[in-house]
Design a protein around this ligand. Structure first.
Ligand SMILES: Nc1nc2c(c(=O)[nH]1)N[C@H]1C(S)=C(S)[C@@H](COP(=O)(O)O)O[C@H]1N2
Ligand SMILES: [Mo]
Length: 414
């Protein structure tokens, strides 16, 4: 297990000593981080700039209205569209989160360069065939945006947040196949001095608030890179599709989606700590409940539940309806789900259709016979294998990350 706050403090000490690199990170961010390392120092409580709006989503696959809600450059899965699907989310309804747009990369031209001061020699270059020739493993895991559920900070808690106003559809579970990142790093000459590993995407540079932040990239500690991270070339038994990172993406199981860099083109392995805007300005928690200088960079996802239902779905009174949904947690599998059909007054257990699964979700169902016509609120509350239960309220952060509270799902009984 990586202790992220001690990791962060160590990096800051190294940066102070002139040992850390931070290309594309502003002086303001570094000052904020340095203040975070000191006890109670005043800092700038910054809100990361919101990604620039695009004219339309640069997404390659069809994104029909019955399956997706378009949000800027992104497409959110409609939960009702998952109702009749199996454990894995089909590609035709898997959410897409793009900082810019999907690049179309010829797999024959693609290479992965592994380089940096954390290697013995000059590094290595892998083509797709080289990568596929290495031993691959298969893993079912969710990819979920750190901001999934963000809109409920505003709608349920009356708290403003910045960023894409996702409901609960910025998550999907796929069957990924790929090569352990550790295998590739070792073949590239991983040295004992390596501390950080930073994959970078081949998509366009990301411009935010008029500032070019460069290509999407985010460092992770070398211990995490060697643990369970994959370089994925297949999704649900087929070559990785363009929108999900073709030909190769990183998969960091159970971590916030930004860690799983798509269209990876190079990986820096560094003997000195690395920073990028994606672990300084973005993907940290800022707000009244956090140090003025922000939390440690986000790692694991939180716990959530969703009904496989449209908002304001209609149900006939006096008949029995089988409600279905899914719950998941970045801290291990979900072991129990309780449902309330009366706005949270009484709770009864749902029937689970999957055993708790690390990195995955559990499907569940609940039979409901509404007696009288009128509006109702359905609630689902998960408990994971560590005993963590979804709270009634989420602790606010300015960028609306890691929403974990029970969502109140409005329906109408007719
Ligand atoms: N190169 C690159 N990688 C990226 C992104 C991106 O815009 N560019 N978006 C990240 C974010 S914020 C998320 S939530 C996931 C989304 O993965 P998906 O589009 O396959 O669902 O990809 C991550 N990897
Ligand atoms: Mo994300």
């Amino acid at each position: 297990m990586i202790d992220e706050s001690s990791y962060d403090r160590r990096r800051l000490r190294q940066w102070l000593a002139g040992d850390a690199r931070a290309d594309g990170v502003t002086r303001r961010d570094m000052l904020r981080l340095l203040a975070a390392a000191g006890a109670g120092a005043a800092g700038v409580a910054g809100i990361g700039a919101t990604p620039a709006a695009a004219e339309g989503p640069g997404i390659v696959k069809p994104i029909p209205e019955d399956l997706f809600t378009v949000r800027g450059t992104n497409a959110e899965t409609r939960w009702a569209a998952l109702h009749d699907t199996g454990y894995h989310t089909p590609v035709d309804r898997f959410f897409v989160r793009n900082h810019t747009s999907t690049p179309v990369i010829d797999p024959d031209d693609w290479t992965l360069r592994v380089w940096g001061s954390g290697l013995h020699g000059s590094g290595a270059v892998f083509g797709l065939d080289d990568l596929r020739a290495l031993p691959s493993v298969t893993l079912s895991a969710f990819v979920e945006c750190a901001g999934n559920g963000r809109s409920f900070y505003a709608t349920q808690q009356a708290e403003p947040v910045s960023g894409t106003p996702w409901t609960l559809g910025a998550v999907g579970v796929a069957r990924w196949r790929g090569v352990p990142l550790g295998e590739v790093l070792r073949r590239a000459g991983l040295g004992r001095a390596a501390v950080d590993v930073m994959p970078r995407g081949l998509d366009d540079e990301f411009v935010s608030g008029g500032v070019n932040l460069g290509r999407v990239r985010r460092p992770m500690p070398v211990a995490k890179a060697l643990d369970d991270v994959l370089l994925v070339h297949e999704m649900n038994g087929a070559p990785l599709p363009p929108d999900h990172g073709s030909p190769v993406r990183v998969l960091v199981p159970s971590w916030v989606g930004i860690a799983s860099i798509k269209w990876v083109g190079d990986i820096e392995v560094s003997a000195t700590p690395l920073y990028s805007p994606w672990n300084t300005d973005f993907y940290r928690l800022f707000g009244a409940s956090y140090p003025a200088t922000g939390s440690a960079p986000l790692g694991r996802q939180t716990i959530k539940s969703a009904f496989e239902l449209a908002w304001n779905a209609e149900f006939g009174a006096g008949r029995t309806h089988r409600l279905t949904g899914r719950s998941w947690s970045g801290a291990g599998g979900v072991r129990q789900v309780d449902v309330s059909v009366d706005g949270g007054a009484r709770w009864r257990p749902a029937v689970l259709h999957d055993a708790p699964r690390r990195h995955g979700w559990v499907r569940w169902s609940y039979d409901w016979t509404p007696a009288t016509a009128g509006p109702a609120e359905l609630l689902a509350r998960a408990t994971d294998v560590r005993g963590t239960t979804q709270p009634e309220r989420s602790v606010h952060n300015t960028q609306g990350y890691l929403f974990d509270a029970v969502v109140r799902h409005p329906v109408t009984v007719v």
